[in-house]
Design a binder for this molecule. Structure first.
Ligand SMILES: COc1ccc([C@@H]2N[C@@H](C)[C@@H](O)[C@H]2O)cc1
Length: 449
């Protein structure tokens, strides 16, 4: 291995209880909200083709004109309790909230810049009431923070001159001040989700970022920090020059989901997903394919089946209300989660060979395995392959626990589970009680031999 001063400081997954709780969340909500929600992807009647939260980068708008949106920020319909209730009904166990996106506008009254809610007509803190409202619903909060800050004079994409270097040193101090400010103002926040760290200026800051990460962990023991925060000694991100993940969970799964367990390299991870193809902030048009409830349930099941969390993005409007399409999706997902969340919460990779009918999840530390069915085989039988010396004690429908299903052993460690035809085409769950955990100490299952 390459000797590194600022590479990964831990090799395997964290084993503490705070991270174990994070590992078991299964389903989360992402909130992208800020000044970009006011134009909503449109400006003077023209639509911006990129993601709505990037509209400031569009040459159709002078930067100062975009920045003056601060004087229009007055979300009269903002109701943190109703946002939290929507997330609760959907079955989200955590929420990731944008405290500051790339445009630099702070949803909290930061002492270190004027570009915050405090200097908008709204005046009040947004983050505090949100953290409290979600916590009151039993939902944990992760703070999204963009290192890149287009509003900060000290920000540089690249450090070329002495002047750049002096400016960027000031920017680094500002960044540290804001992160410590957030951790001190919102002590119940469980972790950080970083963005805006790909530029040449930041990938040279291995020592600074490493020191700051250590300082944040000392300030908030148990803090959960994503892999997109710091670069290693050679500017490598997410995985260091020895291929080891920096941070506590992998953040690379943005709008994409791993296909096989090898893709996750034994790391904790979350997948963050947009409802349209690629819009995080509120976008009036919402062109193209809008994902359905069934698609989103399948994405949730797929992520949990590979040991990750699925985090679905909501983009509230400039007035603070949540669009009807998102409310309806949250309700639809929630209807399924209310009946089937046992197959999602505190479940991990089951270590069984993937079958075409859907996804296996394994209940952490138990002999239970769930079969989340999305494709009913025309044979009507659901195939299960188990590791050697592992057998099925019982099989039942999660929605009707006392109905046992017929288990047909078709060969050594291979079974067909038989169910009666279903009335609707909704995903459903078969529960298997195995005669033993097939897996290792942490209750996850090794891949069937
Ligand atoms: C250079 O490509 C991107 C793509 C998306 C992003 C941001 N990450 C997502 C979580 C959103 O915040 C998006 O604006 C930044 C740069």
């Amino acid at each position: 291995t390459i000797p590194l001063k600022h590479g990964a400081h831990r090799i395997d997954k964290r084993t503490d209880s705070v991270m174990a709780k994070w590992r078991g969340y299964g389903l989360g909500q992402f909130i992208h909200w800020g000044l970009y929600a006011i134009p909503g992807g449109e400006w003077n009647g023209k639509t911006y083709n990129g993601a709505a939260e990037w509209i400031r980068s569009w040459n159709g708008i002078p930067k100062s004109t975009y920045d003056s949106l601060i004087y229009k920020f007055n979300p009269t319909k903002f109701n943190p309790e109703s946002w939290a209730k929507t997330a609760k009904q959907m079955g989200a166990k955590y929420v990731t909230i944008t405290t500051k996106h790339h445009d630099g506008f702070c949803l909290w009254p930061s002492k270190y810049t004027k570009y915050t809610v405090a200097n908008s007509p709204y005046k009040k803190d947004i983050i505090g009431p949100l953290v409290n409202a979600y916590n009151k619903e039993g939902i944990d909060v992760i703070l999204y923070f963009s290192i890149m800050d287009w509003n900060q004079p000290g920000w540089r994409y690249e450090i070329k001159t002495k002047e750049d270097s002096i400016a960027f040193e000031g920017f680094k101090k500002f960044t540290r001040n804001q992160l410590l400010e957030l951790l001190n103002k919102y002590p119940t926040a469980k972790g950080l989700w970083f963005d805006g760290t790909w530029d040449k200026s930041w990938v040279k800051q291995a020592a600074f970022a490493d020191e700051l990460e250590k300082e944040m962990r000392a300030l908030r023991p148990g803090l959960i920090i994503g892999s997109r925060f710091r670069p290693d000694d050679f500017g490598k991100r997410h995985n260091d020059s020895n291929g080891r993940l920096m941070g506590d969970y992998e953040q690379g799964w943005e709008r994409k989901i791993p296909n096989k367990i090898e893709d996750v390299h034994g790391n904790d991870w979350d997948c963050v997903m947009t409802v349209p193809e690629n819009q995080w902030g509120y976008n009036k048009a919402w062109n193209g394919h809008i994902k359905t409830v069934n698609e989103l349930i399948e994405m949730t099941a797929k992520c949990v089946s590979l040991g990750g969390n699925f985090v679905l993005n909501f983009g509230p409007k400039g007035d603070g209300s949540i669009r009807k399409e998102e409310i309806d999706l949250a309700a639809g997902i929630g209807n399924w989660m209310r009946v089937n969340n046992e197959a999602i919460y505190n479940c991990q990779y089951a270590g069984l060979e993937k079958q075409d009918w859907g996804y296996f999840t394994g209940k952490t530390g138990s002999n239970k395995v769930y079969m989340i069915i999305f494709n009913v085989p025309v044979s009507g039988a659901f195939r299960v392959k188990l590791p050697a010396k592992t057998s099925i004690t019982t099989a039942s429908l999660l929605e009707q626990p006392n109905t046992t299903l017929k288990v047909e052993e078709i060969s050594e460690n291979q079974y067909f589970i038989h169910t009666s035809a279903r009335a609707d085409n909704k995903p459903f769950v078969i529960v298997l009680d195995l005669n033993k955990k097939a897996g290792n100490a942490s209750g996850t299952y090794e891949k069937a031999k």
